[in-house]
Design a protein around this ligand. Sequence first.
Ligand SMILES: [Zn+2]
Ligand SMILES: [Zn+2]
Length: 554
Amino acid sequence: MTNGTLRVLPLGGLGEIGKNMMVVEYGGRIVVVDTGLMFPAPDQLGIDLVLPDFTYLRERAEDIDAIVLTHGHEDHVGALPFVLRELESAPPVYGGPLTAAMVRSKLDEHRLKDAEVRDVLATQTFEAGPFSIEMVKMAHSIPDSFAVAITTELGTMLMTGDYKFDQTPVDGVPADVARLAELGREGLLLLCGDSTNADRQGMSPSESSVGPRLREVFARCRGRIVVTCFASNIHRVQQVVDAAAALDRRVSLIGRSMRKNTNIGRMLGHIDVPEGMLVGPKEIEDFPDDKLVIISTGSQGEPLSALRRMAHGDHPNVDLHDGDTVIFSATPIPGNERAVNETIDRIYRLGANVITPSDVPVHASGHGYAEELKLMINLTRPRYVMPVHGDHRRLRLHSELAEAVGVPPKSIFRGENGLPLEIDASGARFGAREQAGLIFVDGVEVGDIEDVALRDRRMLSADGIFIVVATISEQDGRSVVPPEIIFRGVPFVEESDSFVDELREAVDGSLAHSAEEEISEIDLVQDHLHDDVAEFVYERLKRRPMILPVVVEV
Ligand SMILES: [Zn+2]
Ligand SMILES: [Zn+2]
């Protein structure tokens, strides 16, 4: 017996789907499980990303022994660069090999090359302060998905991460049910389980059920096939490649993250794409339509994604037309429905056909359904249960499932972001509320919650304004005269400064980059210019003046 208290404080992921972040505390030390983000709602104009408010971590930076990542999805790893940048002494980060590889590449992009990211394998145990941490293999819609068992003197708690119990996963290695049962026999103190599909009855279909459906649909297509799915769903990409091969079609990967993730997946042996199978983006238009499958990003209707640009007739390599079939091998995340429907309708307008999971089951969820959540509780027999990863309705439904399999209601805790669950030898209860909430990220800026007008005025008064007027050629999008830079109220900058010349070069660089990417929509060129100039100015001045790009075509 010990006098210690285990504190489990969710900073994100409860009462919402997204931005998962859990602080596990014992003896004054901390392990953080997941550092996720959320994409903004359509009405949050001018906001690029939503992060959990991690003030708590900033104040306790010295006490953090490890950050553990369950898997590589953005709602679990996306906030990591922002968290690491803000912590004075950055703790080591642990994740499966794929998670670690994806995170390293992300940290590189944020120029955080010093961060220490360590690979851990399933069944591997490591020590961090007073915690002993074990990764347990689970099945989900991305390889290397782990549950995390954290043991202190008080006992063991299990964060399931995102999971399903897939008996026939594409990689042939199902969840480690034996280890979960063993944890149950050893006596599990607390289970924090994924609630995403608590509202769906029965068992989720196996990922490997998708391949045969794809093949059937492919067999009926006469023209070109475009399949869109999450770039991180490497097992799905594998099944698309296999279905294409079975029907003697070659494959082209479209979208930066699709190529990047497939490359990382190939390097780590998660996906097998025969060398001669791939067709480069530039060869697409000359390739016979009935011999090609294009795998594209954009299944969520994301504004700058490859599929969205195809749907707008604005993709440099793919012109959708009559006879093409676009298959959505994904369902919209809540909040993205409108963007997805709009994309679908645009595709119809171009004359192509669309197939979604409501037409044919060409998608399988990565999250277990109700019977699987019950199975998890029956296997691990936890003393306490705190459902996570769900909106309030799903947390409630998950609680009801726990009750149905015999967990006493007083042992089930329906938590909220900022509300710590405190467990000691005498029992469990919620403690005093801590700061939690949202942080909005606008380009490179991490700010507090403010409406856009307020933010604009604050930026103007503190850091001034840059107006960048660029004139580009209608033919090739390149800058035709030196850009004009007008600024007001920017501290420490004079007209004669070499900084202004360098800024002009940065503007030309940004325009040249957009031209290379063959971006022709003026709005997009301006967006990129805004982001590039904001980043350049911040790097040089450590200030965030308002940036107003004006691009004129001649
Ligand atoms: Zn996930
Ligand atoms: Zn998730």
